[in-house]
Design a protein around this ligand. Sequence first.
Ligand code: NAD
Ligand code: UGA
Length: 463
Amino acid sequence: MKITKICCIGAGYVGGPTMAVIAQKCPHIKVTVVDLNEERIAAWNDENVDNIPIYEPGLSAIVAEARGRNLFFSTAVEQAIDEAQVIFISVNTPTKTYGKGKGMAADLKYIELCARQIARVAKDNKIVVEKSTLPVRTAEAIKSILDNTGNGVEFQILSNPEFLAEGTAVTDLLHPDRILIGGDTTVEGQKAIQSLVDVYANWVPADKILTTNVWSSELSKLTANAFLAQRISSINALSELCEKTGADVNEVARAIGMDSRIGPKFLKASVGFGGSCFQKDILNLVYIAKSYGLNEVADYWEQVIIMNDHQKKRFSNTIVQTLYNTVADKKITFLGWAFKKDTNDTRESAAIYVADDLINEQAKIAVYDPKVSRKKVLADLDYLETRTAESNMKSISSYEDAYTACEGAHAIAVLTEWDEFVQYDWQKIYDSMHKPAFVFDGRNLLDKAALEQIGFVYQAIGS
Ligand code: NAD
Ligand code: UGA
């Protein structure tokens, strides 16, 4: 089947950029991205493309090119489902906060709602694509819903997990390491796979499009995230040992990364990984392993999360200890709040947890992040429910520029590796701070020697 109409349910960090790139690369396909969130859709449709709801380098230009031509953002979910031959499900799959599997399993309620809605609306055969990250064997549940509640329509379910990283989403989508498509081994299943392969083949070389069975595809996504996160926890575990022994974690990472079997990427020690996916996907993997009675497998992967939590705690403890065991009423400036550079996403950012710890110690936190608003910072802290919104408001302030944020501070903590931080006039910042002036570099971003030369007491992760 030649695909000319695609619908994507979920206009978030995955649905928005992924569909924008499909639309740009396939002008013959009408791509409609739908969402229940009216505000989000309105922002995607904002006349000024700089106001689209997701900040990703290069994304606004692609949206500007394709929007209104063959890329559409809408809240008319049913109409888009009805029209499409292929429906991508790209809704959120957060960790469950209630009931069985609370705090571990993926909450599939949004997925199920989508499946039920598709089943209700569809009047002709459709390919349903799992784009969201899902537990292995979810396709079975989707199929059961579609087959038992549909209007006698045939559905093919494909798994096509997304591997983009935020901050580099556009490059990752334009030049993916691989596209993974899992489907049934039946003739119909293979035809559906081929239809989707043909879409990606408009810009992805054939040898990078991998096809598997559905279960391998679903599990590969969780596995990829678990392996990536494991590398960060591994290097972070060693960063603590480096601090005790006089080794330097950057030097260790470089030395091991030159071994072609290990490779240099994802070995940057940090205050801990954040983002909406690593933790949730590993917890999900742990839950699945436990549900099959594989306790050793579950414990092995759970340690990645335990290590990450430890790293965040260790960072805030170091700040308190170094500042003479008290941060009460001291101004500590956070450079960065997003979970990594080049994104406005703050989900599970280490900054949130470090701020929470320091506010518990009665510190006053000043935040500067080039892409994150005060409203978002406060919402993130309120979400933890550690204290009242009023109390958070008193403990945290946020600034439009870094220099003002640093004025009168006792210490600076670098939480996100934004490039601009390196370019600052650090002498000017030093002059405006309390002395001794401390920098706690949670990203090993700044030049230690240059900062020490100015007079800062500089502490990095793992050296
Ligand atoms: P997101 O929260 O940014 O977006 C999800 C969107 O789906 C929201 O706008 C929400 O309103 C919408 N939605 C939920 N239920 C809906 C329904 N029934 N009908 C219409 N819209 C609905 O989430 P995201 O970051 O885009 O992640 C989506 C999925 O992709 C998750 O499973 C995630 O694990 C996976 N993933 C995310 C990334 C990433 O970098 N963020 C990368 C790869 C995979
Ligand atoms: C990650 C994966 O890299 C993507 O392949 C995947 O598609 C995505 O999760 C997902 O499923 O959501 P993302 O979380 O957007 O992407 O960003 P990463 O670049 O992986 O960074 C995650 C966290 O790890 C960030 O907080 C980052 O600062 C941290 N990190 C990364 C380190 O601390 N050290 C490193 O060496 C690399």
